[in-house]
Design a protein around this ligand. Structure first.
Ligand code: SF4
Ligand code: SF4
Length: 411
């Protein structure tokens, strides 16, 4: 295990140009995970927002934050940032002679997660250091957020001159969307991540925690892997959807806003985007964002399948008892698909409410204490836990999404 956690004061988040000028987001196309094609697209996109030299000084230390969920999964499942996508970023950085470290905080007790996803092989091929963030430990850092006063942040990330953030474009069954802001959640220790899921059960509170963490550790550049995205019940059990896009920005909030618009969501409906915009941590309002490269209208997909939680966001606009009833129907419970359960018990270890217990070769879920955070669904690599709504909830979900699609198509 890594170095012990220690206290760190006075870390100041990287300065950003917010609200002074319009935030710039570049949209470029790349149809496949072909390194040369992605490299060409990224090079063009980064030039469109002002060039990499403006962000990364020669020979500076760069931490490349990938999105690598535990448990381990092959890149083809679309859960992690694709290694070939990251390889293209590394090729660009190597031209600046940067001192590069690629990493995330992952659970590798059972197997080498980086080997399973292909990151181990890719970094060896590229000649770049790959690290599990827990190896260098975490540092207690002031964040003076709305909910968190202090948080433990990765020493590797804090020590870097530049952080490059590489999220994957995915939906999320709790927060609706997981992008550039949420990817920084991986810079805190796994135990704390589980604790916050338990303490902040609703999307609003949890998104305030994500915003607090983002306020303490902001990347200088965010490049989103939207070549193959995840729709439905992400971030681990949705279905794959080829979008063929790469988004690039120095403002992760603006990038998230554009990404959500592309998949048919209202950017300011996403709590993290709205909270960050309100706190001046980035630009969430599309009117204050300049899009360069491809036109957003040519990329937007009207039939991208949102998670159930997206319908909940929409229904919050309906006042009174009716809204509460509809939301109650929509709230999904985790359901075990017993024949797919291998008895690995990862979900039992992850559940912040201790609602999962061993039951012979498999597990059982105590729904009376379940807080519906869907961590079990996220962690189960065998798709043996799925969010399940009532029939009424499913009908509401279908009707709301059909109506939203028709409205979007008519504009
Ligand atoms: S539900 Fe999934 S994570 Fe839980 S024990 Fe079964 S296979 Fe493992
Ligand atoms: S059973 Fe699953 S959804 Fe319920 S509290 Fe535990 S991890 Fe969260």
């Amino acid at each position: 295990m890594g170095r012990p956690m220690e206290r760190h004061e006075g870390y100041s988040a990287p300065a950003q140009d917010t609200h002074l000028n319009k935030a710039k987001v570049a949209i470029v196309k790349a149809h496949d995970y072909d390194c040369a094609q992605i490299y060409a697209g990224m090079e063009k996109g980064i030039e469109l927002i002002g060039g990499l030299e403006k962000i990364v000084k020669p020979r500076s230390s760069v931490f490349v934050k990938i999105n690598h969920l535990s448990p381990a999964s092959p890149a083809e499942r679309g859960i992690v940032t694709h290694p070939v996508f990251v390889e293209a970023v590394l090729e660009l950085l190597k031209k600046l002679d940067a001192n590069i470290t690629v990493g995330d905080d992952i659970d590798s007790d059972i197997e080498d997660g980086f080997q399973v996803s292909g990151f181990r092989q890719m970094c060896q091929r590229a000649g770049v250091r790959l690290t599990n963030l827990r190896d260098a430990g975490f540092v207690e850092t002031e964040c003076n957020g709305h909910l968190l006063e202090k948080v433990y942040l990765s020493r590797t990330a804090l020590d870097a001159d530049v952080i490059i953030n590489l999220p994957k474009l995915k939906t999320h069954s709790l927060t609706v969307f997981t992008g550039g802001v949420k990817n920084m959640y991986g810079t805190i220790p796994a135990g704390l991540r589980t604790r916050f899921h338990g303490e902040y059960m609703k999307s609003e509170g949890f998104s305030q925690v994500l915003t607090d963490i983002f306020s303490a550790i902001r990347p200088q550049l965010t490049i989103m892997d939207g070549i193959i995205a995840m729709q439905g019940e992400g971030p681990a059990s949705g279905s794959l959807r080829r979008l063929g896009v790469i988004l690039i920005s120095q403002d992760a909030v603006a990038l998230d806003a554009v990404a959500t618009k592309i998949i048919g969501l209202d950017p300011l409906d996403i709590h993290t985007t709205r909270y960050c915009d309100e706190r001046g941590l980035g630009t969430g309002n599309l009117e204050n964002i300049e899009i360069v490269g491809e036109r957003m209208e040519n990329i937007t997909v009207l039939d991208f399948r949102p998670p159930a939680s997206a319908t909940s966001l929409f229904l919050r606009r309906v006042p009174g008892i009716l809204s509460r009833f509809l939301l109650g129907q929509l709230s999904a419970k985790p359901q075990l698909i017993e024949h797919q359960c291998t008895g690995c018990f990862e979900c039992e270890k992850t559940c912040p409410a201790a609602a999962i217990s061993k039951s012979g070769e498999t597990v059982k879920i105590n729904h009376s204490i379940c807080i519906r955070c869907m961590c079990c669904h996220e962690v189960c690599r065998f798709n043996a836990i799925t969010p399940k709504r009532s029939i009424v909830g499913s009908i509401i979900h279908f009707l709301v999404n059909t109506w939203k699609r028709l409205m979007a198509a008519s504009h």
